[in-house]
Write a protein that binds this ligand. Structure first.
Ligand SMILES: *[C@@H]1O[C@H](CO)[C@@H](O)[C@H](O)[C@H]1NC(C)=O
Ligand SMILES: *[C@@H]1O[C@H](CO)[C@@H](O)[C@H](O)[C@H]1NC(C)=O
Ligand SMILES: *[C@@H]1O[C@H](CO)[C@@H](O)[C@H](O)[C@H]1NC(C)=O
Ligand SMILES: *[C@@H]1O[C@H](CO)[C@@H](O)[C@H](O)[C@H]1NC(C)=O
Ligand SMILES: *[C@@H]1O[C@H](CO)[C@@H](O)[C@H](O)[C@H]1NC(C)=O
Ligand SMILES: *[C@@H]1O[C@H](CO)[C@@H](O)[C@H](O)[C@H]1NC(C)=O
Ligand SMILES: *[C@@H]1O[C@H](CO)[C@@H](O)[C@H](O)[C@H]1NC(C)=O
Ligand SMILES: *[C@@H]1O[C@H](CO)[C@@H](O)[C@H](O)[C@H]1NC(C)=O
Ligand SMILES: *[C@@H]1O[C@H](CO)[C@@H](O)[C@H](O)[C@H]1NC(C)=O
Ligand SMILES: *[C@@H]1O[C@H](CO)[C@@H](O)[C@H](O)[C@H]1NC(C)=O
Length: 494
């Protein structure tokens, strides 16, 4: 049975002393809330980085975790004072494991240049090596390289004199630890990764780096691991889970303490924990709505701010918690479910879906300001056409565009036919920067200036990006409908 593991006073003092020496405030920061900001490649039309940084600052967000080290993003963060975690994608791990030189150039390009003499321009605090390399679905594609890669990056940091300023961590997925009974007291690491995990923990503990982990009560609930909705949402009315005299009142504590036990069993009872991903999606699955997400976030943030900790670590909350995610990402893989594209606290264009305290306190969240959209045009089905083949066009559009909202469980699932076809056409059209030929669909598409959105289903207008600056003039539009008519007449008579 693992005992509770409050940090002894001496260790706290030592940590404080170390912290003040190296200028990193470890202890006072416990329970800090930050956000995950995904890679530009996860969105077809990402909000420009300066706009995102403005959004972060207007909401007093103090920490952000990036999934890569995009220079545009890092330069936008320069001087903001926001603490940053940069990430190394899984695909680079193999190279980094076997090449010191590759690790040195990664650190040189993506870290050192932001630490000029005279003080950092970007407050990089962590380098996250790999992106959930232990995820079960990755099999052994990535994790065997992660310790080697982390070691090489650490050596490169030390060589660059940044070893005391930046910490190397490895984000660990929710499925790397488990408990057959779903109770924390039987928590352990997955047997296939156990050995690597112990080596990794040894490395982290040598460098006083924390353990980064994803905890996703939404997934526990979604995969119905005996978790009720109220239990996932921190509701006082939820039926508690009783783990031999330890009473669990919410799903977060249950997962967290499962990890605490796994760490204890692996021989690292004192390991600090950072929750690198936690969130609730708002679309693409049952119970993924803004109303429920707001409930979850309120429960989570209140719990973190209360600093009560968990039954196994009372009064010792995670060092930091990073909300998944800042913005919706329409190119995110949907292999785990359609909800993967809808984790955002904000929509893809930076509009708050609900309220949560990201650092701004009880104020309502600010939205992104002066967002540049494409013109107010949508692509819908032309009801005057023979729509017997519309489903084929729907499938074509959805093979590229984001149709997660019209799929079962989505917010637009009930808009009916042929509106659901219109949704797909529009999604494709916006994704292609409203190019004329992207609203053709064999003559079934029609461009309109009347917003087809309903109360619950938003037909979005895309963001203007640098590659969408060639805008279509009204004359061109006229020509195109003429062209379509001529084409239809032609087809009709042949
Ligand atoms: C990682 O690199 C080391 C040193 O080059 C090598 O010995 C080891 O086999 C590599 N690990 C894997 C899993 O290939
Ligand atoms: C630095 O990071 C960027 C963005 O993640 C990546 O594309 C680039 O390859 C990295 N630089 C090196 C030298 O690895
Ligand atoms: C993991 O490894 C440790 C140390 O070798 C061992 O004590 C423990 O039983 C292992 N756990 C699992 C789940 O394999
Ligand atoms: C499910 O959770 C309840 C507590 O809400 C518990 O009493 C019950 O034993 C659990 N069942 C299983 C199969 O884990
Ligand atoms: C929890 O379970 C233990 C037995 O494992 C039992 O003695 C105790 O009364 C239970 N507590 C609650 C609140 O149900
Ligand atoms: C939410 O989850 C519950 C199960 O806890 C389920 O009964 C209900 O149908 C779900 N809500 C929706 C809208 O599907
Ligand atoms: C902004 O956040 C800092 C801590 O990160 C806090 O001390 C300050 O009170 C916050 N400001 C507002 C206006 O909420
Ligand atoms: C629509 O096209 C289908 C064949 O694609 C045809 O069978 C049907 O009669 C047409 N309907 C009308 C109203 O023209
Ligand atoms: C529907 O598709 C079939 C097969 O591709 C084609 O022969 C037919 O002409 C199409 N009908 C319409 C109305 O476009
Ligand atoms: C569109 O909606 C209709 C009516 O709700 C439904 O029968 C049809 O399966 C949907 N089509 C697609 C491609 O989802």
């Amino acid at each position: 049975m693992p005992p509770s593991t409050p940090r002894p006073l001496l260790r706290r003092l030592r940590l404080l002393a170390v912290a003040s020496l190296v200028g990193i405030a470890w202890w006072p920061r416990a329970g800090a809330v930050g956000v995950n900001w995904g890679a530009a490649s996860s969105s077809s039309h990402p909000l420009p980085p300066p706009k995102v940084v403005e959004l972060l600052r207007s909401n007093n967000v103090s920490r952000v975790r990036l999934s890569d080290a995009d220079p545009d993003v890092l330069l936008s963060l320069a001087g903001s004072g926001i603490a940053v975690t940069v990430g190394i994608p899984n695909l680079m791990l193999r190279t980094l494991n076997s090449s010191r030189k590759a690790a040195e150039s990664w650190v040189h390009d993506n870290v050192t240049r932001y630490f000029p003499a005279g003080g950092p321009r970007v407050r990089i605090e962590y380098i996250a090596v790999g992106d959930d390399p232990f995820l079960l679905s990755h099999l052994d594609q990535f994790y065997p390289f992660v310790l080697g890669a982390a070691t090489q990056i650490q050596a490169a940091l030390t060589k660059a004199n940044l070893g005391s300023k930046v910490k190397v961590v490895v984000p660990c997925s929710f499925d790397a630890f488990q408990s057959a009974s779903n109770l924390p007291s039987e928590g352990h690491f997955r047997p296939d990764v156990n050995k690597t995990m112990i080596q990794l923990l040894t490395f982290l503990s040598e460098h006083r780096s924390p353990f980064f982990v994803s905890i996703l009560p939404f997934l526990s609930f979604h995969q119905s691991k005996n978790i009720s909705l109220d239990f996932a949402l921190f509701k006082g009315t939820a039926r508690p889970h009783n783990d031999s005299h330890r009473i669990y009142k919410n799903s977060f504590d249950l997962s967290y303490d499962t990890l605490v036990t796994a760490l204890y069993n692996a021989g690292f009872p004192q390991m600090e924990i950072v929750v690198a991903q936690i969130g609730w999606p708002t679309d693409g699955a049952a119970n993924a709505t803004s109303v429920i997400a707001e409930d979850f976030m309120k429960g989570l943030v209140d719990h973190i701010h209360s600093k009560t900790g968990t039954p196994l670590r009372p009064r010792n909350p995670p060092l930091e918690v990073y909300i998944l995610s800042l913005l919706d990402e329409d190119q995110q893989s949907t292999s785990a479910g359609n909800f993967e594209r809808h984790w955002g606290v904000f929509t893809f264009d930076g509009q708050a879906k609900y309220n949560v305290d990201l650092g701004q306190g009880s104020r309502k969240l600010w939205n992104a300001q002066n967002v540049e959209y494409l013109p107010s045009r949508w692509c819908v089905v032309n009801n005057n056409e023979n729509l017997s083949n519309a489903t084929a066009s729907f499938l074509d559009a959805c093979s590229v565009a984001d149709c997660t909202a019209v799929a079962p469980g989505g917010s637009c699932y009930n808009i009916g036919w042929p509106r659901n076809v219109s949704y797909a056409f529009n999604s494709y059209y916006q994704q292609h920067d409203q190019r004329l030929d992207s609203c053709y669909f064999g003559g079934l598409g029609l461009i309109t200036t009347v917003d087809p959105s309903t109360d619950t289903c938003r037909f979005a207008v895309g963001l203007r990006t640098s590659h969408s600056s060639i805008l279509v003039s009204p004359q061109l539009l006229l020509m195109s409908s003429l062209f379509t008519t001529i084409l239809m007449v032609f087809i009709f008579f042949t």
